[in-house]
Design a protein around this ligand. Structure first.
Ligand code: PGA
Length: 251
């Protein structure tokens, strides 16, 4: 049985002090009997301070992005070495805001995923369709392209480092959550695709999180779907109480 994975993506929000306070609130509210692995992804500058709050707890520290090259002349970028040095064990790649606001391609996303795996770190690979793609009946084609671009050629050991987050772009930060049927259908499509690319055991072991307007009052129903193995939470992760409510909804 896959264990749920609930990760909070704090995006570009808050001061360092606010990140510390939020992390403290999350840690204080956990009972130890959670049915989910829990992680937070603070803004880069808050990572060292949040690491100190999370020390000795089960809450994992992630980054929202990473650059694919090692150290060197890459002004403004953050490498896997730097993240590891700061206590980070995984990073998101291909978040829709990076794809559609910053302009990252599937090829860039893949280089980031490869860099993280080479550094022995875990990855959350985000995939998802835009509203015009869904309305044109292209949801599965988009998921197929993004998932294949992210995973083709990985070994099974490398695949084991990857979590996929299905995040329909139209549901992110909009309050428009996918229905449980839409989420389950997309997750099942991704899992079947991964089974065809690797094998059924690898696909069965893969955790696929849902992201897009997850809140405490819709999380339990989403995570009760057979192929929904957790949540990637943006807005509702910015308050400890609502994030804790989502964690409590994990099956
Ligand atoms: P949201 O964001 O929960 O605010 O919709 C999710 C995400 O972008 O990961």
């Amino acid at each position: 049985m896959r264990k749920c994975f609930v990760a909070g993506n704090w995006k570009m929000n808050g001061t360092i002090d606010e990140s510390v306070a939020l992390a403290k609130g999350v840690v204080a509210g956990l009972t130890g009997s959670e049915k989910a692995d829990v992680a937070v992804c603070p803004p880069f500058l808050a990572i060292p301070a949040v690491r100190d709050v999370l020390a000795g707890t089960a809450v994992r520290l992630g980054a929202q992005d990473v650059f694919y090259e090692g150290n060197g002349a890459f002004t403004g970028e953050i490498s896997t070495d730097m993240l590891r040095d700061a206590g980070v064990s995984f990073a998101l790649v291909g978040h829709s805001e990076r794809r559609h606001v910053i302009g990252e391609t599937d090829a860039i996303v893949r280089r980031k995923l490869d860099a993280l795996i080479a550094a022995g770190m875990d990855v959350i690979l985000c995939v998802g369709e835009k509203i015009e793609e869904r309305e044109a009946g292209k949801t599965e084609a988009v998921l197929d392209t993004q998932t294949r671009a992210g995973l083709t050629g990985l070994t099974r050991e490398q695949l084991a480092k990857v979590t996929i987050a299905y995040e329909p772009v139209w549901a992110i930060g909009t309050g428009k959550v996918a229905t449980t049927e839409q989420a389950q259908a997309a997750h099942k499509f991704i899992r079947d695709l991964v089974a065809s690319m690797f094998d059924q055991a690898a696909a069965d072991a893969l955790r696929i999180q849902y992201g897009g307007s997850v809140k405490a009052d819709n999380a339990a129903e989403l995570m009760a779907q057979p192929d929904v193995d957790g949540a990637l939470v943006g807005g509702a992760a910015l308050k400890a109480d609502s994030f804790l409510g989502i964690i409590a909804g994990a099956r």
